[in-house]
Design a protein around this ligand. Sequence first.
Ligand SMILES: C[S@@+](CC[C@H](N)C(=O)[O-])C[C@H]1O[C@@H](n2cnc3c(N)ncnc32)[C@H](O)[C@@H]1O
Length: 274
Amino acid sequence: MIWLKKEIEKFNPESAWLEAELLIAFVLNKERAFIYTIDFLEEEKIEEIKRLLDLRKKGIPLNYIIKKKEFYNTEFFIEKGVLIPRNETEILIEVAKDSILREGYYRVAEVGVGSGNISITLAKEFENIKIYACDISPKAIKIARFNAEINKVSDKIEFFYGPFIYPLIYRNIDFEILLSNPPYVASYEFPFLQKEVKREPWEALYGGWDGCEFYRTLFKILKDKGKKFVAILEISPFIYKKVLNIVKRFFNNVIVESFEDSLGYKRVLRVVWQ
Ligand SMILES: C[S@@+](CC[C@H](N)C(=O)[O-])C[C@H]1O[C@@H](n2cnc3c(N)ncnc32)[C@H](O)[C@@H]1O
């Protein structure tokens, strides 16, 4: 354990201990606590750990290796080809939960469902909820469906392959609130991304030259649709002002609230078009 932690420290000093625990638990196919109940590892398990350590050194994200990520107290199956859910996105969950409770929303749309972490978390929280979840990645839809099944919420979520809310528009499916954690990394940020992040799907990250392309297109579609809406959108703190200006350019009568993380960075916008 100590040698593994020291090896991991060379590329991930912040959470080397946790990562060592997770890798060993994965190889043993046991919970993390179990590893403290054994005195030694068989040679073949040590060889397997070394193989996985090599993958980590090459920049393969830990969650693609152990094939899971915890989000809002639920474990999600994760695989290469889908974005690894981030802890920051739990802020969007809190804002969405608050709005759904307060306004009694029932029909929810999500654009960019990824592994299903947002839709599935809300489906678990609310008895009477119907979620329409879209994504342009067939792999994401497949993984989100699987996660919905293992979390026993498949009956509350319908999945659609296609861009933005077009799959819902074409089927005349209406919704009261729209949620999205869209791709918002700008072109100029790409060279500075960690090598692990660069292994995640391009379509889950890339938000155009300024990181705002998704928001522009989404607002245009919503404006053309004409129906008043509530949208809860994740943003990066770097694009807060730009997205705010885009909202104001598209809609006259709009209320925008922002929500911050524990460090005071703006992470979520709640847009109410009246
Ligand atoms: C940042 S990831 C978010 C995934 C997941 N909801 C989460 O919070 O971890 C963005 C997702 O949006 C999808 N996506 C990108 N552009 C899209 C578009 N135009 N329409 C629908 N989905 C899109 C990507 O395939 C990806 O799964």
